[in-house]
Design a protein around this ligand. Structure first.
Ligand SMILES: C[S@@+](CC[C@H](N)C(=O)[O-])C[C@H]1O[C@@H](n2cnc3c(N)ncnc32)[C@H](O)[C@@H]1O
Length: 225
């Protein structure tokens, strides 16, 4: 079994264990009938939230994870291989977008704009962040492992987080993938520009950012957001 699949199966176990302090998931409100999970893995969070009476959609760039999810939960979830930067859904078609521990691996401003595009007026977004201390922890681990490649990658993550903080943009690593840390302030600023009302809180070890759009459509946020 790949380490990624093992991770998703362990996260499924945690998500289904009510008393586990690592279990951090959004609350689905009455009337929220279409839920999208961006970076869904095998669909573990959607399964834990419950699928009865809901349209549950997950996207992820990991083909093996999506294949496993389709084989295991295909009758309850619609899962597709797709990136957060180009969500294969119509504008205004989703009530709740969640993105649990996946935003750090995306082109953050593009991913947030896509999540906003697919939300209907009054829709909600729920995200967890990796803050700077997470990347600093990676640096300590890479240093202890004396691995120049890991150290180079973590220095990229640290620099990318500062870039996001200062310019609102991120750059890809030479392999074409993204990774950054995100401050709640930088993500909140971006969400406010996209038209959300924003709340930040700590849940267990996670920083959670939640946003809600006004019920009346005001377009796609401010120009250039
Ligand atoms: C740490 S896992 C989190 C999985 C799941 N959301 C959870 O909470 O257990 C991050 C996931 O994001 C996915 N991912 C990375 N970059 C992505 C992108 N640009 N678009 C969509 N998914 C992405 C990875 O393949 C991986 O499944």
């Amino acid at each position: 079994m790949s380490k990624h699949l093992a991770y998703h199966l362990e996260e499924l176990r945690i998500a289904l264990a009510d008393g586990d302090e690592r279990r951090v998931l959004p609350r689905v409100l009455d009337g929220e009938s279409t839920v999208l999970d961006v970076g869904c893995g095998i669909g573990q969070s959607l399964i834990a939230l419950g699928t009865d009476g809901r349209r549950c959609i997950g996207i992820d760039i990991d083909e093996a994870a999506i294949r496993h999810g389709v084989q295991t939960f295909g009758d309850r979830l619609r899962l597709e291989v797709a990136g957060a930067e180009r969500i294969p859904l119509e504008a205004g078609s989703v009530d709740l977008v969640m993105c649990r521990v996946s935003l750090p691996y995306t082109n953050v401003p593009r991913a947030l704009a896509e999540m906003r595009r697919v939300l209907r007026p009054g829709g909600r977004i729920w995200l967890t962040l990796h803050e700077r201390r997470t990347a600093q922890g990676y640096l300590r681990e890479a240093w202890r492992a004396r691995s120049p490649l890991r150290i180079a990658h973590v220095l990229y993550i640290l620099a990318n987080g500062w870039l996001l903080e200062l310019t609102g943009r991120v750059l890809p690593y030479p392999n074409g993938r993204y990774e950054s840390w995100q401050s709640p302030q930088a993500v909140s600023r971006r969400l406010v520009r996209l038209g959300f009302e924003v709340e930040v809180r700590t849940e267990g070890r996670h920083t959670v950012v939640e946003g809600r759009l006004p019920r009346v459509a005001h377009g796609q946020g401010r120009p250039g957001a």
